[in-house]
Ligand binder design. Sequence first.
Ligand code: ZN
Ligand code: ZN
Length: 348
Amino acid sequence: MRKLPIYFVLDTSESMVGEPINAVEQGLAAMLAVLRKDPYALESAYLSVITFGTTAKQIVPLTELSQFQTPKLILGSGTSLGAALDLLDKRIAAEVTKSTAQVKGDYKPLVFLMTDGEPTDRWETAANRFMKNRSLQLVAIGCGPDTNLNTLRRITEFVVTGTEANQETLSTFFKWISASVATASQSVDQTGESKISLEKIPQNDNIKIVDETTPQQQIEPNRFVFLHNKCVKTKKFYIQKFMKSGQQAAGFLGLGKKDLYQGAGAFPLDDFEQLGSGGGVSVSSDLLDVPNPCPYCSNETWALCSCGKTHCAPKIKNANDIITLTCPWCNQTATYGLSSFSVGGGGG
Ligand SMILES: [Zn+2]
Ligand SMILES: [Zn+2]
């Protein structure tokens, strides 16, 4: 039987934390529910999921639709898009049967690439390869204002974008993907060709097809800072997200400006890929204002241990107050006071 291979290549960088990653998981599940009722899709569609954060991984090998289970997506630092494209090449070579003079191979693979950011590794060589590759169809979906659409346009001519990476937008994308896969599996049955068209995507203020007429978008650099915290009471991991909120005059006579950040959520995570720094920004702690409380113990703020890691902490009210805490990363007990220091946030 000829397979219709469908690869999802999903960004699992930490900037997807919260609503975006939940929306991707829900979108996949909703798509599955729809496709499982489609006799054409059930007959030919095979699905695979590759994720890219700290590293690229194939978390679900190419699997028959009826057997496919929605995977749990694990976030990490960085956006290793180049590694993901290289892995995609390898997995297609291993999992998809090529046509020869004697044998009709599988149908042309369809690839849905979703990302919300800027790659943190070398991606250009892989992009050039995919741009020229006519033996598959790749659709790149940019989610949110930090997506580098110019990068996506270097990989494929099929690019769509949602200006916000929210539940509504991602759900629309997945509905469109379900419909595209359903149409493709019906058309392979009838014409032997798998092809998706971007025209049917519901365009609105938020969702747009990106082509050569789309103006270069301005990406605001370092819009977010992410702290990798552990709770001092439960030792559990969470991500504290800060969003750029304005600028502060800095330096002598107020020359130069510094970006100010405000807490934009604290997200408990069971699993996180710690490796790699992902080329994030490094900012002074006094520019990170109004943190969100620890999602486990409600401690109001966070602190930096001498081991270099951050954790939740109660708020110190007076300049001379000192508190004693045990760092959940290195188990050292130390005293903490008010001070300013530089912390590295993740990127991607
Ligand atoms: Zn805590
Ligand atoms: Zn420590």
